[in-house]
Design a protein around this ligand. Sequence first.
Ligand code: FAD
Length: 400
Amino acid sequence: MPDLTTAGPPLGTDLLDARLTTVLRHCRDMAPDIRAAGAAIERDPDAIVTLLDLPAVAVLRAAATPQRYQYETPDLDGVTLTGTSCLEWTVVLEAVSYGDPGLVLAGPGPSLSGAAVAALGSEAQCADYFARMAGPTWTFFALTEPNKGSAVLELETRLDRAPDGDGWLLNGAKRFVGNGARAQLGVVFCRRAPGPWGIEAVLADTSDPGFRGELLPTVGLRGARLSHLRFDGVRVAPAQVLGLDRPPSRRGFHGAMTTLLRCRPTIAGMALGVGEAACDYAARQRPHLPAGQRARLEAMRHRIGAVRRLVYEVAADIDAGVVNAHRVGAVKMRAGHVGAEATMLAVDLLGPGSLLEHPWLAKASRDVRGFEYMEGTTNVHRQSIFQGLLKGTFFPERAA
Ligand SMILES: Cc1cc2nc3c(=O)[nH]c(=O)nc-3n(C[C@H](O)[C@H](O)[C@H](O)COP(=O)(O)OP(=O)(O)OC[C@H]3O[C@@H](n4cnc5c(N)ncnc54)[C@H](O)[C@@H]3O)c2cc1C
């Protein structure tokens, strides 16, 4: 039986080239500092403002910023990040989440809203948005609504013509929005007209009159600062509507789906990072586990490795412009489950009272649950998998 605590390349990373292997190793090496930062953020999510000098914060920001807009380019053992690759972003978020996912969610930078701006924004919108990231600036991505969850086609937040004819007014509410009440700007999905092509994505500044954000109490992923947002006649100028020069079919709804698809592998990676960290934690705490329990731990590592390989596959496909939405959702769903199971296995192996005796493990097993909800719940993905199977498009075509 191999030593479970050896730090070789994680299982399922054979698809990574030398460049991404270096990125993974560099980010994994930062784990001790990230874990300490995660504990501080758990105690007080505002502690992030004292942690901005951590190298991981700059790496996270660069991984979500196209290179031409990066105002700092962290050197990862000779590698610089492109900021445009889904696989690269997934590797970074997984490795940083191995340290602590709270830092990923608490930090400043473009994150999901940056993906929406990059996908939809004009050159001027992208330049303005990414220039503000030098701040440091916190951002948000507001899709989920109190009455409609994250059903994009059903959203109720409205973009009404301003009575004076000068642009539009934003009215409605969003909930469970990461960093919504702490951010300076973000993207709000809203409805300008009925039907899917009536959905728009607009840039909103949290200092705009009529914008209100309240923090929601949470027990896991406290760094995410989940918020309830209300928009009461927030004025939106044409320059704030993302991609207004595109046809409606290539704007709001298209942008929401593109962003969600691109971000699902990253959420999957985060769940696996936490799950793998839980396995390592259990192995370190119990170096002399009985053979049966070591076998359970090793089996879990193999499951994580198998799902990791699938996550990297779908992320690489997205980079190559080949997108099978059913599979992306399936892989994200499976990663969320495996990550949660790994934390529960660690709890089991460490024995009764382990959640009280091991505060880090208690935190990890609370945090990991959030990934099931982010970017679509299990039910929604199961439905999509079923549709993919019915259509015969779930499994990728294999060369004969
Ligand atoms: C840590 C965290 C961070 C988040 N960050 C953000 C963020 O930054 N921005 C943002 O917009 N949202 C964010 N969310 C919200 C997240 O996207 C939603 O929680 C998630 O999409 C589910 O929405 P909901 O809870 O409203 O459930 P709903 O979508 O209302 O679903 C409720 C239940 O009904 C089921 N269901 C829904 N539709 C169907 C269907 N068609 N068929 C069968 N069953 C269905 C769901 O599976 C679920 O069990 C975040 C959530 C978490 C936990």
